[in-house]
Design a protein around this ligand. Structure first.
Ligand SMILES: [Zn+2]
Length: 234
């Protein structure tokens, strides 16, 4: 994993600056892929796309935030200083190196939204929001719900949480483009989670990409076994 230099972004609400981690390259070694499309990849961390401003606590999308083009870096300098001689009168000149950190070094880091933040961000979606942002947020909310079951499939949830979860999936389903195989698998996963096993199977059956055939088989197996919880694909 090769990190790229941080970039500085300005909150569109209050102009507070914050830094964002970036990646030059990463890989999927040691990654886990799940049926809801979530990939746990230690060597390929997901970049922040939507965040809460550390200054005003409001939510913004990085796409809407201005990036500062010129970021002052740290400075190493050799300076000549005049020091007093110890044993006799007078002074002498001495070279000293000094280090000045970038004035932006202490800026807070932009973080991913937590589950509550994702719901807040969803409430702020408007007609003018960029296409895909609602699907992005609803998918992330779904992943956050599924996180409870990734390592503990028999975990339980509160009825209210279950209602929110279903409502989120019902709203997510029509946003998914099921014209390609990735979208078909995503739709199948949502249908499984909603308990519509017959539909889930039918959508999974339509997957034709050879590379996805092993995954397709797992979706069909889950539909046949009426298994609605998230499961490992790889
Ligand atoms: Zn702000």
């Amino acid at each position: 994993m090769l990190p790229a230099p941080d970039t500085i972004h300005q909150c569109p609400h209050c102009n507070a600056k914050a830094r964002k981690s970036n990646l030059l390259s990463g890989n999927t070694f040691g990654s886990q892929l799940w049926s809801d499309g979530y990939m746990h990849a230690p060597m390929l961390p997901e970049m922040v796309q939507v965040t809460r401003c550390p200054g005003c606590r409001r939510i913004y999308w990085l796409a809407d935030a201005q990036e500062l083009r010129v970021v002052p870096g740290p400075v190493f300098e050799e300076q000549e200083v005049v020091v007093k001689r110890k044993w006799w009168f007078g002074t002498r000149k001495e070279k000293r190196s000094s280090y000045r950190p970038s004035p932006l070094a202490d800026l807070p880091k932009l973080e991913h939204l937590d589950a509550d933040g994702l719901v807040d961000a969803l409430a702020e979606i408007t007609i003018g929001s960029s296409p895909g942002s609602e699907e992005y947020l609803r998918t992330k909310i779904w992943w956050a719900y599924n996180d409870s079951f990734r390592n503990e499939p028999s975990a339980s949830t509160a009825p209210l949480q279950e209602d929110d979860h279903r409502m989120n999936l019902e709203a997510l389903l029509p946003l998914i483009d099921a014209d390609d195989d990735q979208g078909r698998l995503k739709s199948a996963a949502v249908l499984l989670a909603l308990g519509r096993f017959g539909y889930a199977r039918a959508v999974a059956e339509e997957v034709v990409d050879k590379r996805l055939v092993p995954f397709k088989a797992k979706f069909i197996e889950a539909a046949e076994g009426h298994h609605g919880r998230v499961f490992r694909l790889r």
